[in-house]
Design a protein around this ligand. Structure first.
Ligand code: 13P
Ligand code: SF4
Length: 351
């Protein structure tokens, strides 16, 4: 258990009005879709731009990224790719923290996003000023923040981690005897704390997508499909994680879908992942883990509303107008670079 949970500020509930209404997002017809795709391909060349996309975005965006020399991956590899790619403009199809991470690592590049409103409930749960004050009250604790945070929060941290290396980083710090402030995802923090036994103070943020998965309903589905393996992203509640055969980042779950012998996979993460999972494991059956069940409230229903506002239209618009550019105050960027680069350096020692 965290040492003194009562010391962590109480986070006000998320204002539901801030969550985009995905049902209002227009879906292009076949002709319009083709016109948009053709236009984006031309504009990418004209702007010397490349698309870096997360697995949770629309499959059209993932396909386009792949077809045009871009990249589709988890948040750690998105950061690495942007860093290593020669194009002068990165178009980050994902959520705001992913665009900011790209800018932190690539100040000389123009970083554009289809929508600057694409935020994340974890990022929203952790305002920089409040978080910094909290850290100031615990000066002898090492500050580790999840990548799903603003540049200003990263600037206050000693380490940034993504879900793919969170356990390894905390294990490393714990073995050195360090006490850890963890923010913002309480479920991921709780999971990492249970695996490593580290002394951690957990900020109480949640992902609205993963927080909606329900253990009771999942165990009912498991009984119906005894041949299935359960794949869970660690932003899910602890009771859901306990039912998992594999817990991991998006890339790790796709790898597991490929590697496991099970013909059926029940997946507790954003359903945008199925585009890549089906490529990695053709012929297998994929089931969404349930987000309904006893006491469930489903705001997002296994699809991130902020990822969903990345569309072909908004991608074409940003390439045409070059208006949604990420800017970060240089002093903040330099500090955030320290904690972010530490993660990348650590990750390279694991390879
Ligand atoms: P990954 O690092 O596993 O891609 O996760 C990012 C994210 O936002 C999950 O909700
Ligand atoms: Fe944030 Fe959750 Fe959306 Fe990921 S899925 S970007 S953690 S709200």
């Amino acid at each position: 258990m965290p040492e003194t949970l009562s010391q962590v500020p109480v986070i006000p509930p998320l204002d539901p009005h801030i969550v985009p209404d995905v049902t209002a997002i227009p879906v292009p017809g076949a002709v319009e879709r083709k016109e948009l795709i053709d236009k984006i391909k031309v504009l990418l060349e004209e702007r010397d731009a490349v698309i870096v996309s997360h697995y949770y975005t629309d499959s059209d965006l993932q396909l386009l990224a792949e077809e045009t020399g871009g990249y589709v991956s988890d948040s750690l590899d998105m950061a690495r790719f942007g860093h290593e790619n020669p194009h002068s403009t990165l178009v980050v199809a994902g959520v705001r923290f992913m665009g900011e991470t790209a800018k932190i690592l690539n100040p000389e590049k123009r970083v554009l996003m289809p929508s600057l409103d694409a935020t994340c409930s974890l990022d929203l749960s952790c305002p920089a000023i409040e978080f910094s004050e909290f850290c100031d009250q615990h000066p002898d604790w090492t500050v580790v923040v999840y990548a799903n945070t603003s540049a200003a929060v990263k600037a206050r941290a000693d380490w940034v981690v993504t879900s793919s290396i969170a356990v390894k980083v905390i294990e490393y710090l714990h073995n050195k005897g360090e006490k850890i402030i963890w923010a913002p995802d309480k479920h991921l923090g709780d999971y990492v704390q249970r695996v490593t036994g580290a002394n951690m103070l957990l900020w109480q943020g949640t992902c609205i997508v993963h927080d909606a998965f329900r253990a009771k309903a999942l165990s009912d589905v498991k009984k119906m499909y005894p041949e299935a393996a359960v794949l869970v992203h660690p932003e899910s509640p602890g009771e859901v994680i306990k039912l998992a055969d594999v817990v991991g980042s998006t890339s790790q779950l796709i790898q597991a879908a490929h590697d496991l012998d099970n013909p059926t996979l029940i997946v507790a993460t954003d359903n945008g992942i199925f585009y890549k999972m089906k490529q990695a494991a053709p012929g297998k059956t994929f089931l969404e883990a349930p987000t309904v069940g006893e006491g469930a409230t489903c705001v997002s229903c296994a699809h991130c509303p902020w990822m969903a506002i990345n569309t072909l239209q908004s991608l074409a618009d940003v390439l045409e107008n070059c208006d949604n550019e990420i800017h970060i105050d240089e002093k903040i960027r330099i500090k955030a670079l320290g904690s972010t680069q530490r993660m990348l350096d650590f990750a390279s020692t694991l390879k």
